[in-house]
Ligand binder design. Structure first.
Ligand code: GAR
Length: 204
């Protein structure tokens, strides 16, 4: 087993995916450690989760910067300070720019609550319900310069049930998120992910 991967997690809210990754690190399932958590929202519950686990938790307010690039420069500076090797977006509700992507090429992951390429962007679960989809799910992918367009690492499907609300569908999807996101980070931490164009393969 190689050296421990230093993971930086960006959040905007509850941080339940952050929790699943911190738990997997603590349990030894991921050969890595969350070294910092950054939120653009001061009241994100995920910041409390991080502090409780003894992990540096920072609020970087996007409104204090002149634009997306300037904000991403501040993110990169902070992530570098903590010597982050993998950036994990976990409910980070900001569009990121090439400033961050160029600093961490193929080293930024995201989780999206839909089976991409269906339903990118905001309110993915609502989009699936309104479309009448019978299967929904979640996708972990490397981030590229598009919105939810990067190479897919893992996906999990769940049924859409009659009578589902956005909340009930969201909860069913999140259960799968908490399973596949730590698993994708584990594969990365062990150097098992190969990217060829759009296609990600897992080495044996
Ligand atoms: C997750 O369901 C994630 O898929 C979604 O935000 C939620 C964050 O929950 N992300 C997006 O919609 C990205 N476009 P969490 O803060 O409890 O991990």
């Amino acid at each position: 087993m190689g050296k421990e991967l230093k993971i930086g997690v960006l959040i905007s809210g509850s941080g339940s995916n952050l929790q699943s990754i911190m738990d997997a690190c603590a349990a030894g399932a991921i050969n890595g450690r969350v070294v910092c958590v950054i939120s653009n929202k001061a009241d994100a519950f995920g910041l409390e989760r991080a502090r409780k686990a003894g992990i540096p938790a920072l609020h970087l307010d996007h409104r204090a910067y002149s634009g997306r690039e300037a904000y991403d420069e501040a993110l990169v500076a902070t992530l570098r300070e903590f010597e982050v090797e993998l950036v994990v977006l976990a409910g980070f509700m900001r569009i990121i720019t090439s400033v961050l992507l160029d600093a961490f090429p193929m080293r930024v992951m995201n989780i999206h609550p839909a089976l991409l390429p269906a339903f990118p962007g905001l309110h993915a679960q609502r989009q699936a319900l309104e479309y009448g989809a019978k299967v929904a799910g979640c996708t972990v992918h490397f981030v590229d310069c598009g919105t939810d367009t990067g190479p897919i690492i893992m996906q999990a499907a769940v049924p859409v049930l009659q009578g589902d609300t956005e909340e009930s569908l969201c909860a069913r999807i999140q259960k799968e998120e908490h399973r596949i996101y730590p698993e994708a980070v584990r594969l990365f931490s062990e150097g098992l992910l190969q990217v060829d164009g759009r296609v990600v393969t897992v080495s044996a």
